[in-house]
Design a protein around this ligand. Structure first.
Ligand code: SAH
Length: 282
């Protein structure tokens, strides 16, 4: 059977370097690997979801591992047909559809790992979905655009630190594993790539309302060159009117030095206290 012809709209850049494929797969922690996570005695799940298997360059190694129970979600019917005809073991493990629209709760009732060479055009949306499911996804190993990988792994203070850095770092420890040049793909992407690993940290409770937290982080970075006093002005105004503040009370609230900062200076804990400042009456 012919190879799958690469479709740009689906972010298809097929990895051709088998050594790299193998090291991506071996970066995934699986049951019995000796490394535990979160609490004593817990092990990594064997249930593993690969997003966008394409022609199966990663899947072939995952399917060989008895400690991994693999499912693949692939949007491209040509790739699905390729997988099923080349890998008999893939039978019953390929789900044809859009990862962004899948009901993950019914597909994966328990804990599961996520792995994949993500379609770069939707990598942020994939991460937002992973975050929505963070209670059941203890680990993610993925290849993404190098700039996005750096941004996600970046600490506060750097120019590229942004929304996804804060939201992901709140729940995951992030490791930048290695860089992959564009020559490892067919067709080669215009950008460099990188492999990162996300492991769920021990945080169970953010210490503030998670959806308010997300809203504040998004609003603050929506105008990242402004100080928080300016970017959060509408939120400050609505709190003031909701609580019937006079000018003096308002001045006292905005005199907090945190409002002099730009969002890239704030770590997760700083955003938590900022969110709590906006919570009702305190
Ligand atoms: N894992 C393969 C392919 C990577 S390219 C390799 O490393 O060679 C990205 C893959 O994601 C393609 O196969 C593409 O068809 C698939 N894809 C793109 N959008 C998707 C979506 N929304 N849901 C599931 N798969 C998707």
């Amino acid at each position: 059977m012919m190879e799958v012809r690469a479709k740009k709209a689906l972010g298809q850049h097929f990895l051709t370097d088998l050594k790299i494929a193998e090291s991506i797969v071996s970066s995934l922690r699986l049951p019995g690997c000796g490394e535990k996570y979160i609490s004593e005695g817990e092990d990594w799940p064997s249930q593993t979801l690969e997003i966008g298997p394409g022609m199966g360059v990663l899947s072939q190694y995952l399917l060989r591992k008895p400690e991994a129970d693999l499912k693949m979600i692939e949007i491209d019917n040509e790739s699905v047909a390729y997988l099923l005809s080349h890998f008999p073991e893939a039978d019953g493990r390929v789900i044809y559809g859009d990862f962004l629209k899948m009901d993950l709760d019914s597909l994966f009732p328990g804990q599961f790992n996520v792995i994949g060479n993500f379609p770069y055009n939707i990598s942020s949306q994939i991460f937002f979905r992973i975050l929505d499911c963070r209670g059941r996804i203890p680990q993610v190993v993925c290849m993404i655009q190098k700039e996005v990988a750096e941004r996600i792994a970046e600490k506060p203070g750097s120019k590229t630190y942004g929304i996804l850095s804060v939201l992901l770092q709140a729940w995951y420890d992030i490791e930048y594993l290695f860089t992959v040049g564009s020559g490892a793909f067919a067709p080669p992407p215009k950008v460099q790539s990188a492999v990162i690993r996300l492991k769920r940290n021990s945080r169970q409770d953010l210490g503030c309302d998670p959806s308010d937290f997300k809203f504040i982080v998004k609003t603050a970075f929506g105008q990242r060159r402004k100080t928080l006093r300016n970017s959060l002005k509408p939120l400050i105004a609505s709190k003031a009117s909701r609580e019937g503040w006079d000018a003096e009370r308002l001045a006292a609230f905005v005199s907090d030095p945190v409002f002099d900062l730009r969002p890239e200076r704030l770590g997760v804990e700083d955003f938590v206290s900022l969110t709590n400042k906006f919570a009702s009456r305190q």
